[in-house]
Design a binder for this molecule. Structure first.
Ligand code: GLC
Length: 421
């Protein structure tokens, strides 16, 4: 009898334990190898804790991803416990997420770049933990620049000239698919990032300034977009007007572009064993807009947030703790070139060896230009849509830059009720 009782007790214990194991669903990915890195990280957590994870893949386009999240969250759906959210979304979505400030120690929080923690703090609540950061970079073909005796360009005008020279030379030598410059010009959030870089590099500001004033209609901004439009059909394929990150990477990684604007992840894939351009890639800061311009890159990056509608908030928070930890961020930096949000990792020799640009271009990451998401708050998504649509019109030759920017300023003025936001 005593033996039986022990068995029963043990069985009860085991049932209890398995009833506590949760299945946490995380929505992440999916540009490049993002989904795979999310899966391996989340599965490592599941294995370590005895829980299960379900990976919910999302559209590649940040714009479409946001629309999907807004639908799910507005319905109060608990289907997704952990959301991967863009650096520009805390103000838009923050009210649907748990405040993590009491869940993470001061030490855990202060290990991250303070500016990202501030970005993720909405009305005093830490609505997401930083996962990886991003800035727009210039990728170039080291071998081709060398072949033509060229240096990486310092201004956009130099980029145009170098792109044209190499494109013409390589076409004459037999690669008729060669292009000079590929980037993201589809009408979506990625074009907002590219166009902000052109404008900021020409000294044309940040669309809306920190006080909420609409500054986008200015001659430098017009010069920037006019330059960008000059690339289409010349050094960039017409198809660039429909490119997101992966279309640009596809052309560059196949060996058919001299220059590419993209985020750090493109390094990890471009340097892979099976990449035709492995060891032929250089990375630099984006060019300046003329001699008096500046190098810049748009601040991007992704955070992890826990839904208020989650049935298993404790486990969901634990998953966020695991994924945002220094160990996991180091793995992702080395294997996938995802920039850590933890400054100490930029001193880590393994990280710097795998992705030297993280050290060389440290300032590009820490000085990246922010989209006006904080100041425009709940209206950011509309601001961005107006902006990328205006930029797309100029790039596709449907409008002159100055006129398009004047019209944009009027629309933003109405949207903001006279700059009050
Ligand atoms: C990258 C950036 C993100 C940006 C998106 C635009 O994923 O990290 O901040 O919104 O690209 O396509």
């Amino acid at each position: 009898m005593p033996k039986l009782a022990t068995f029963a007790a043990l069985a009860a214990l085991m049932v209890g334990a398995s009833a506590q194991a949760a299945t946490i669903s995380i929505s992440c990915g999916s540009v490049g190898a993002e989904l795979e890195f999310c899966r391996t990280g989340a599965e490592a957590w599941a294995k370590q804790t005895g829980n299960e994870v379900e990976i919910v893949s999302t559209p590649n386009s940040a714009t479409e991803r946001l629309a999907l999240y807004q639908q799910l969250l507005a319905a109060g759906s608990g289907d997704v416990d952990v959301f991967q959210i863009d650096v520009v979304w805390p103000g838009l979505l923050g009210s649907h997420f748990l405040d993590l400030s009491g869940e993470f120690s001061q030490e855990e929080v202060s290990a991250h770049f303070p500016a990202i923690i501030e970005n993720n703090t909405v009305e005093g609540a830490l609505v997401a933990m930083p996962w990886f950061t991003d800035a727009g970079l210039l990728y170039y073909r080291k071998d081709l620049l060398e072949k033509y005796g060229l240096q990486p360009p310092e201004t956009w005008e130099e980029l145009s000239a170098a792109a044209k020279q190499v494109q013409d030379g390589e076409r004459a030598a037999g690669n008729d698919r060669m292009w000079g410059y590929v980037y993201q010009a589809k009408a979506y959030e990625g074009l907002t990032c590219n166009a902000l870089e052109w404008i900021d590099s020409f000294g044309g500001g940040q669309i809306v300034d920190a006080e909420g004033k609409i500054t986008v209609a200015n001659p430098q901004a017009a010069a920037a977009l006019t330059w960008a439009a000059s690339t289409v059909g010349q050094i960039s394929p017409e198809g660039v007007l429909n490119y997101q990150e992966e279309e640009a990477r596809g052309v560059f990684q196949a060996g058919n572009a001299v220059f590419m604007r993209n985020w750090p992840y493109a390094w990890g894939l471009g340097q892979a064993e099976d990449s035709p351009v492995q060891d032929k890639i250089g990375v630099a800061a984006l060019p300046k807009g003329g001699e008096n311009g500046k190098t810049t890159g748009t601040l991007g990056g992704w955070q992890l947030a826990v839904s208020k509608y989650s049935d298993s908030p404790a486990e969901a928070i634990d998953l966020v703790r695991f994924l945002s930890s220094p160990t996991e961020q180091k793995r992702r930096a080395i294997e996938g070139a995802y920039n850590p949000t933890i400054p100490a990792l930029y001193q880590d020799t393994d990280v710097l060896e795998a992705a030297p640009f993280m050290g060389d271009l440290y300032e590009t990451f820490t000085n990246a230009v922010a989209r006006p998401a904080r100041v425009t708050g709940a209206r950011y998504n509309q601001v961005s849509a107006e902006f990328y649509n205006a930029a797309h019109q100029v790039l596709s030759g449907r409008a002159e830059a100055a006129a398009a920017l004047d019209a944009l300023a009027d629309r933003l003025d109405r949207l903001s009720r006279g700059g009050r936001w």
